[in-house]
Design a protein around this ligand. Structure first.
Ligand code: BGC
Length: 732
């Protein structure tokens, strides 16, 4: 198939499923390829792959999981991580690494949020595309997952995500579209769940029409492990490889379906061709004998981790700590760090930095430690004796994981009791958080003057946290997800995890910060928030229209006393839009490093595509004409400068017909004026003056605006005929 011998139907079918848990089959001239998880480290099983794929894996660098990486907001870093993972994959003989995961964090309770980037489709897509570019630059393929609308873990293999078309396009498909179009991953992994009733693995619209025909995907669609129920149906829909092995069972089903005339042999051949092309490309790019500089990768993991830490609050400049200070370090995560999530992405790290040891390395003064939990007295004693207490809080492995969702977003109650006890004796208390999904922080923020959010930082997180605590690194992480005041405020509070096999995405496009901003709800910490040990000023905002969209320029000045990094965030909104929109959405961002006192002009190119909405009437993207509000800021709630820009936009005139309303017809620039002229003097309701409206107690014009025009034939007593109406409408 790659060249010489054509494959038989049986051979083509054989190429469409795995040889074992991780490899595809070698068939004819087509070589086998090896896949491995992904996404923040290479999980290559040692020895023979077991049937569940859960056996021990060979040591690999555990980079910060997506939740941490996303907090850097930096595609350049994501690309470097991707490239390093590419090297590790090459060394391990892995051809395709199963990541990145660009599913949207719809609800903070989703157990797998740690493996995804953001609640925001732009940020998730930008980071995902950079990661794929980095990985594939090393001759290793990515597997963009989990396509699509896999935003809950409970019942993930059966549940239907019920999403309306606009929401699907603008929020849930958007990051996949960006990654496919900007980075062309070698493979895409279909999700376990159903989308609007149909399994993702059997969804022709998803796997073929949208992915290939609309977005131009050229690679292989691989199933999530065990996601295929009906292989012939999946093949017909556009799935190329079922993973893992089915020991030939589903290959035979494919052959039988072709023989029975229920499956087009062309679909089987096409899938086999794509697998053969992938295998040829992947094996040609393989570099056996590649060695990994484990120390350099650990250093990169530390750099990324230190950039991922978010300084949530820092009252009175409590941080950074003085290296001469005496410290009480409290909490089990200080000695046994939580740095990755549970499930298929769980990496066997090459080594692990322990925060307590790393702090001791940087601090000259005495550092005492108490585990705290189950032993509040000891923690209180050491906290009282030291100048400052650093309390590590967070979620344990079992609290959140792939495969099941959380039912709440609370920190364990005992941890809050510990914090209360410590703060009572030590007002100078810093909290350090480790968690994969968002936790409610209202109590923590009320108790502690300084809070560092470490999310999950990978194997070098301990050193990174010590660096930030002691000021070796000036924090520049920004939240990629809103921290709500209460779970009850979250957009999908009432529709998660769903019922009777369906999750209704009832909040529609109002996901994440779009929801909180649209509803003007207070939040504990907004999307994009993160403090620094220095301060920044944004000035001279200028926005101009370009052929590609908007060019946004802003001068950022470091107004504090030390070098630091600012994440400039660009938001845009369209007041008075024809469709329901949040007041602002993220349309671009840039990371800029500045010495104390330095200033730089930062330019962010906003793509026209990112200003568009999905028009369900026209079934396409539309840039609505109007005056857009463009703001730059340091979070979705900390806008520093705003301006407006008028965009001509696309022609969004909907096709007019007899069931169009009077309002729609009047709004049409061509038909509207003719229609107005035609209905004047027809007598009856439409011609009614204000007095008649008054008599009915209504604003007649507004009422009439909602009347379909064909009803006017009767309302005007036949003066406006159906033929005349058709003639008027045809003028458009
Ligand atoms: C996960 C995928 C993973 C695969 C292989 C599945 O359970 O959903 O993300 O790549 O297993 O381990």
């Amino acid at each position: 198939m790659t060249g010489s011998t054509p494959l038989t139907l049986e051979q083509q079918a054989a190429l469409g499923s795995g040889a074992n848990f991780w490899a595809s089959k070698a068939v004819g001239d087509v070589p086998a390829i090896v896949m491995a998880d992904g996404p923040h480290g290479v999980r290559k099983q040692a020895g023979d792959p077991d049937h569940l794929g859960v056996g021990a894996s060979v040591p690999a660098t555990c980079f910060p999981p997506a939740v941490g990486l996303a907090q850097t907001w930096d595609p350049a870093l994501a690309e470097r991580v991707g490239a390093a993972l590419g090297e590790e994959s090459q060394a391990a003989g892995v051809h395709v690494l199963l990541g990145p995961g660009v599913n949207i964090k719809r609800d903070p309770r989703c157990g797998r949020n740690f493996e995804y980037f953001s609640e925001d489709p732009l940020l998730a897509g930008v980071l995902g595309a950079a990661w794929v570019r980095g990985l594939q630059s090393r001759g290793v393929g990515a597997s963009l997952k989990h396509y699509a609308a896999n935003n809950a873990e409970d019942d993930r293999m059966r549940v239907s995500s019920d999403v309306d078309p606009r929401t699907l396009r603008e929020v849930y498909l958007r990051p996949f579209q960006r990654v496919v179009q900007q980075a062309q991953p070698w493979t895409v992994m279909c999700a376990y769940n159903r989308l609007n009733g149909l399994h993702a693995s059997e969804h022709p619209w998803l796997l073929t029409e949208v992915l290939r025909e609309q977005w131009g995907f050229e690679g292989v669609v691989v199933s999530d492990w065990g996601a295929v129920r009906d292989r012939p149906a999946a093949t017909a829909a556009g799935l190329d490889v079922e993973m893992p092995t089915t020991s030939g069972v589903s290959d035979a089903q494919v052959v039988d379906a072709v023989r029975a005339g229920t499956l087009d042999p062309a679909a089987v051949e096409l899938a086999a061709r794509r697998v053969a092309a992938l295998a040829a490309r992947a094996t040609a790019a393989a570099r056996p004998g590649t060695t990994v500089d484990v120390d350099a990768h650990h250093a990169l993991a530390r750099e990324v981790a230190s950039r991922a830490v978010v300084l949530l609050k820092n009252d009175g400049g409590l941080l950074p700590l003085s290296p001469q200070a005496s410290l009480a370090v409290i909490g089990p995560f200080a000695a046994r760090p939580r740095f990755q999530g549970g499930g298929s992405s769980h990496v066997n790290p090459t080594r692990v930095d322990v925060p307590l040891e790393e702090i001791r390395r940087l601090v000259e003064g005495p550092v005492t430690y108490a585990e705290g939990l189950g032993d509040h007295d000891e923690a209180v004693r050491v906290a009282g004796e030291a100048e400052t207490a650093v309390v590590f809080l967070g979620l344990s492995d079992a609290d959140e994981s792939e495969g099941y969702d959380r039912t709440h977003i609370e920190l364990p109650a005992e941890q809050l009791q510990l914090l209360r006890a410590v703060v009572a004796v030590q007002p100078r208390t810093v909290v350090v958080l480790s968690h994969g999904g968002v936790v409610r922080l209202a109590d923590v923020a009320a108790l502690a003057p300084a809070v560092l959010d470490g999310a999950l930082l990978g194997q070098a997180g301990g050193g990174a946290l010590a660096d930030v605590l002691l000021g070796v690194v000036n924090p520049s992480g920004r939240l990629a997800e809103t921290v709500p005041v209460r779970l009850e405020d979250t957009p999908s509070f009432l529709t998660f995890p769903g019922e009777h096999g369906h999750i209704v995405y009832g909040e529609r496009v109002f996901v994440g910060h779009r929801w909180y901003d649209a509803r003007d709800l207070p939040v504990s910490f907004p999307f994009g928030h993160g403090l620094s040990y220095t301060t920044f000023e944004h000035g001279d905002l200028a926005v101009e229209e370009t052929s590609g969209g908007l060019r946004v320029g802003v001068t950022v000045r470091n107004t504090g006393g030390r070098e630091g990094r600012e994440v400039v965030q660009v938001y845009a909104g369209l007041p008075g839009s024809q469709v329901a929109r949040a007041p602002r959405v993220l349309v671009g961002s840039a990371v800029v490093g500045l010495a104390a006192g330095a200033a730089e002009r930062v330019v962010v190119e906003v793509s026209r595509d990112d200003l568009a909405y999905w028009d369900v009437r026209l079934d396409r993207w539309v840039v609505e004409p109007g005056t857009y509000e463009v703001s730059v800021g340091a979070s979705s709630r900390d806008l520093r400068q705003s301006t407006t820009v008028a965009l001509a936009g696309d022609d969004v005139r909907p096709p007019l017909g007899l069931s169009s309303t009077v309002g729609e017809v009047l709004a049409d620039p061509v038909v509207g004026p003719r229609f107005r002229a035609a209905v004047q003097g027809t007598g009856g309701l439409f011609d009614a003056d204000a007095a008649e409206g008054d008599a009915l107690g209504v604003d007649l014009a507004r009422m009439m605006a909602w009347v379909p025009v064909d009803r006017l034939v009767a309302f005007t007593g036949g003066v406006l005929t159906r033929e005349r109406l058709e003639e008027l409408l045809a003028a458009g």
